[in-house]
Design a protein around this ligand. Structure first.
Ligand code: NAD
Length: 448
């Protein structure tokens, strides 16, 4: 008979208050990723094929992978027919509320006017932003319905003023796009929806086909084929396409103290654990007694058993950990080192603790802020750096859809003020034409 205890869904516990020899790096190691070489060898021929044979190749992969054999055109152009976005009033309302909050928060990130600094009298330096003209937004999943991803990418693109917004998403086996995605595409003013997924969709947007618009930047999450394809095209100078950031399995780190409600803590851990078996969730418990730790663990098991995705949860929890520490500072040191995609602070004075957060994709403050609100409707973006990349990357934001251009504007006086320094450095670097571009003007000024 199966041992009931071994079936218990529970995270491995390390108590740093009792055992200081714990190898935290090993304990908090994220589940390893599949070899990228194997994946690269699968996606390269697909990318080459789409690049050479355009729509015909793109369609053939959609027939193969999505089984959408009735599909005859790989692109749905705006204006999208109303009958393709038939939704319940509840869903429309939910999308509309989320859209508006995401719009407000990203619109506030706009820079009102160019930054301008006079570095020396007559030497004016400016910086201004311009939208990226054409963006390709990948919305994963033929089976899953992900209107939230379409919102998180489409709304900032619209707010930034990108002229051409192209959405790509694998169609359902009947060849149609999920109506939620069509509705979001319509709301953000997308010019088209590419009915394809995987490496083929990425290639079509990177190089363009007869019917797919070539874009300047591709953003959005996806499986390993999508991620590898994005990396591949962004390394190809012929494609001239940028990408957002490396994406990996979702993760959350919850910091909880004695004030935290065990049921809330468990629910937050589980809301990430249900993403996929390779997801990881971490609990940093500050000064909890055995009884208090047990209460969280009991809740975790109880709530997990009620979830439709309990099998996925079981997989994720198997490589998830609880770390017990003494103080908030210790907890945040560990968190900063782990650099979680999502950080939840269920502690007293949570707002104050944010000052100590150095590395995280997005922070959820206090007991009334479950991560799900940020995933969907609060207004913050949910496309965030995973796998420790929060140490050097930001999540998707308005800046992901613009470029910054600088300008300098000098008067004759300005050139006189800065000219000597320029000429001297040009001399040091032995770039005589550089030096002369200044000296010719200086001579001219001195003559007249
Ligand atoms: P997907 O759209 O990422 O990938 C589907 C495509 O994968 C198919 O169109 C096909 O082209 C390609 N593919 C599948 N098997 C292949 C094979 N053997 N060879 C070549 N290509 C193949 O959808 P998915 O697979 O359901 O993955 C969804 C991903 O999105 C998950 O990795 C998940 O973690 C991620 N995700 C992210 C978010 C988010 O951050 N918003 C939300 C949910 C899911």
């Amino acid at each position: 008979a199966k041992d009931a205890v071994s079936d218990r869904i529970t995270m491995t516990r390390y108590d740093l208050t009792k055992d200081t020899r714990v190898d935290l790096d090993a304990a908090l190691k994220r589940p390893s990723q599949k070899s990228s070489e194997v994946i690269m060898n699968i996606i390269k021929p697909i990318i080459d094929d789409v690049r050479q044979n355009g729509d015909k190749a793109l369609l053939s992969y959609t027939h193969k992978f999505e089984k959408a054999t009735s599909l005859t055109s790989p692109v749905l152009k705006a204006p999208f027919p109303k009958e393709l976005m038939q939704l319940s009033p509840e869903t429309i309302k939910a999308i509309d509320i989320s859209y508006e909050n995401i719009r407000k928060f990203h619109a506030a990130q706009k820079e009102d006017k160019p930054l301008q600094v006079e570095t020396m009298p007559g030497v004016v330096c400016s910086r201004f932003s311009r939208p990226i003209e054409a963006v390709g937004l990948y919305v994963p999943g033929g089976t899953a319905v992900l209107p939230s991803t379409a919102l998180m990418l489409g709304v900032p693109a619209m707010v930034a003023g990108c002229k051409k917004i192209v959405l790509a998403s694998p169609p359902r086996s009947d060849g149609t796009c999920t109506p939620e995605i069509v509705y979001v595409a319509h709301k953000v003013g997308a010019e088209s929806i590419v009915l394809a997924g995987g490496a083929q969709a990425v290639a079509a947007m990177a190089y363009g086909t007869e019917s797919v618009t070539k874009v300047d930047k591709i953003l959005g999450p996806g499986n390993q084929f999508v991620t590898a394809a994005k990396m591949h095209v962004s390394n190809d100078t012929n494609a001239g396409v940028g990408i957002d950031m490396p994406a990996g399995p979702s993760e959350v780190l919850v910091v909880a103290d004695r004030d935290a409600n065990p049921a809330f803590v468990a629910s937050d851990l589980l809301s990430q654990a249900e993403h996929g078996v390779d997801s990881q969730v971490v609990l940093i418990a500050i000064d909890l007694s055995e009884k208090e730790l047990q209460a969280i663990e009991d809740e975790l098991h109880r709530q997990a058993m009620e979830l439709p995705r309990v099998d996925i949860v079981r997989g994720a929890i198997s490589h998830s950990v609880t770390v017990v520490v003494k103080t908030v500072d210790e907890a945040l040191d560990i968190s900063n080192d782990y650099a979680p995609e999502h950080l939840i602070l269920q502690i007293k004075d949570a707002e104050k603790a944010v000052e100590k957060v150095m590395n995280a994709g997005s922070v959820f403050i206090g007991e009334w802020t479950p991560e799900s609100v940020g995933d969907y409707s609060a207004g913050v973006n949910h496309s965030l750096p995973t796998y420790g990349y929060a140490k050097q990357y930001s999540g998707v934001n308005l800046g992901s859809f613009v470029k910054h251009i600088t300008s300098s504007n000098l008067t004759a006086e300005g050139l006189r003020n800065v000219g000597e320094a320029v000429m001297q450095l040009a001399k040091v670097e032995e770039l005589e034409a550089h030096r002369r571009a200044v000296s010719i003007r200086m001579d001219y000024m001195n003559r007249s």
